[in-house]
Unconditional design. Structure first.
Length: 86
């Protein structure tokens, strides 16, 4: 077969081959989607935490002030979580 004939062949028009049974995959679509989302979210938060620690190493870093309202909100959040679990 010449080079011109090889280049003009359209393999997508050829007869289809036999595909093996794909029953080896046991995950359902929602389960796989959840795992992909959890992996993406974990990587994103990991990168945020890494950027925070890297930024803390610079000389112009100023610590974030912790207002008293933060402690009140934390106590309310923990209390409401405990109430929902009770």
């Amino acid at each position: 077969m010449s080079l011109r004939q090889q280049l003009s062949v359209k393999p997508w028009l050829a007869q289809r081959g036999v595909v093996a049974d794909a029953s080896g995959f046991v995950g359902t679509t929602p389960k796989v989607t959840l795992w992909v989302f959890l992996c993406v979210a974990s990587v994103l938060f990991g990168l945020f935490i890494a950027a925070y620690f890297i930024r803390m190493a610079y000389a112009d870093w100023r610590p974030i002030p912790v207002p008293a309202l933060l402690w009140l909100n934390t106590v309310i959040l923990i209390g409401s979580s405990m109430a929902l679990q009770w």
